[in-house]
Design a protein. Sequence first.
Length: 515
Amino acid sequence: MTFSASTAVGSHVWVEDPEVAWIDGEVVEVNGEEIKVLCTSGKAIVANAANVYPKDPDAPPCGVDDMTKLAYLHEPGVLHNLRCRYDMNEIYTYTGNILIAVNPFQRLPHLYSNHMMEQYKGMTLGELSPHPFAIADSAYRQMINEGISQAILVSGESGAGKTESTKMLMQYLAYMGGRVAAEGRTVEQQVLESNPVLEAFGNAKTVRNNNSSRFGKFVEIQFNNRGRISGAAIRTYLLERSRVCQISDPERNYHCFYMLCAAPEEDIQKYKLGNPRTFRYLNQSNCYELDGVDDSKEYLSTRRAMDVVGISSDEQDAIFRVVAAVLHLGNIEFKKVSESDGSEPKDDQSRFHLKTAADLLMCNEKSLEDSLCKRVMVTRDETITKSLDPDAATTSRDALAKIVYSRLFDWLVNKINRSIGQDPDSKFLIGVLDIYGFESFKTNRCLTGMLNLHHLQRLISFRMLAPSSTYLYKQKNIFKAALNTLHILYELLLLFPTLPLKPEHKGYMFRACYK
Ligand SMILES: Nc1ncnc2c1ncn2[C@@H]1O[C@H](COP(=O)(O)OP(=O)(O)OP(=O)(O)O)[C@@H](O)[C@H]1O
């Protein structure tokens, strides 16, 4: 929607500005493809016609609550509208039936009270101010009226507020479909209360977000034919395993490690832990504490949350034994065995951590050592045992730590699901997909690339389901921002054509990269 060469002097426009992204002004001179704009800030900018966008001089100063009402739907117009609303504490805006949330970075409890939920009950989308409750209500109504299961997709870059929005959607669905439990806690209460447990083991501090979910989550709320919640299931995928043994400043590892290091003295003794600075998996970054978070209190509240979701105290002990064992595993260093290609624990310290890890995992110390320092290959005819050098043993140690941790996470999710209970006879369900946040660093690790690829694939799928022109526009800009990563991913795709992508998605990525 850029201006053509026929742009008239006197038109109101948006031009790109290195400081404030987009700045508005008036065209004062047109010279072929070059347009001179006198900006409202007072400075004059000469820009190419392709980078100049029309501005609607009649747009309301406080913005519009649905961006389909905008005269021009382009990046500066959309951003300006969101900015105007944000300045008035209006953090939600519609684009058709899509809700855009801008992170307020402050608690706004009045927006999420019971009174608000009551207001949105049965209201048509757009009748009241944009709100996640309206989206949840619309999904619930459609499920009831049309008898079709629904899905809500929550997407955005890391730190945008996806998890918070997901919680609000769940809160509303629980309000609409909840029931008084005959005994114990209701399904919806258990789903909401499982959040702290999942967050303790699956969330970490990243550059963008102090409580970033490092896994994808699909929460399935099951309903009976009267629209009452009858069961639920939480499905998680793609836990960022590499974080267990590799973190960079100023990020942190998963919260549970720091909580356990801040546990009461009795537990510290039991798990032979101490200062997080002494553990290799934690001391690769200088960040140990989070502003406003007391890890010792978090440890106790995670234990309480575990009680609530039905994890017994023996199981809790086993869980934290595994967490502690991972930390001890990370402190085992290896040295070369003289006159051989093999390796062994480097010193008494490493032996101590090996023994402690073995005790905590309840396995034989020698077997654990062998599993780290040797590789067993089974062929059709024989079993070959190969000794590993110190570097290979270190890799093997990290691989074990990652797999043990991710199995622990899967176990936790299964346990929570068993405790919540699913309804095999449910009539419909509403699924809420909290997609992994898109990230792009100066240097992207392969895993980041893969997760972004997964994220994009979900977005592309969604775009195919909801081909609204505005949505496509928004996606195009997401793709633009992700172009560098996309290029790498596309190259990866050429190298590994068997990547699990649908053919039409590969085509879309190709067009996004090379158009
Ligand atoms: N509606 C909101 N009200 C108040 N604070 C919010 C809201 N949305 C987000 N926040 C704040 O922003 C932080 C990041 O939000 P959230 O964890 O939901 O992001 P995310 O998109 O899920 O990120 P990631 O992909 O990294 O997990 C929250 O911890 C919270 O402090």
